[in-house]
Write a new protein. Sequence first.
Length: 319
Amino acid sequence: MNGLFKNILDDLPSGVWLTDSDDRVIYINKAMTAIAGASAEKFTGLYVFKDLDKPGNKEFLESYRKVKKNLFPGEYEVRLKDSEGKGFVHRGWLTPRVTDGKYAGMIVTAEDITEKDIFEEALKDSEEKFRRTIEFAADGILLGSHEGFIIEANQAACELFGMSKREILNLHISKMPFTKESLERSPMRFDLLKEGKTVISERAILRKDGSEIIIEMKTKMMDDGTYQSIYRDITERKRIERELKKNEEKYSRLIHNINDGIGIVDKNENFIFANESAERIFAVGKNGLENRSLWDFISESNKNKILSETSKRQSGQST
């Protein structure tokens, strides 16, 4: 991973970890080590469906499997207990890494929301405390009437939209400064809300000062027929995703075009990747090494040498 982007990810307050196409953890940032309670060395190299298949992780693994199958981002939330029986809650996003239309791994974000979750539960029976929570929440929150007119907005929402509370109240949600293009991509879905579904959308906001941000909007209809929308600024997250993709594409082109043969094999010495130069060296056609065993190309006289090199690789030594 490019050093600059590694530094950026390491400085993020949210936990981030990446997996490869085999769902093996290849990177974990500093915040995630704190959330996971494990060092990067201990976490890196674990296989999601093998090493993380433990009690309490069922919902996470189901979400991971669904996102991997659909190649579409999804949110997850897990509630677990530590060795002392103390409960904690993690929430985050699963974003598939896709190369040439195929699954290439996962970007997983995580946030420890235990305290926030406990706090919200404690406020359910108090309308005044509920309003205070809305007002001081880090995410933007809008409440709307059954007809879609905004009846409440917190300070974070005002800051996101670049509007005063007076300007926002009584506006129809469709009149908020979403860009035309983002509304065309993600139109209002009151029909789904009335069916009781939670609608998650990404839209761009063009503020009065000319600045544009990307927000994630999560909306649901409440029991009394009103609507609640939570807004989060994901501009930086989208920028990082674009940079990661750009970086992956850059190094992918480099690996594919280099004159040296490069191949990657799994623990059973089966090829899981080979560039064009490697295919030429082994005299096979395009994708001819895919799922082939390295042993198919090694003479009996060289097998002991290869076994020795394999043993060194598995112990972390270079060969």
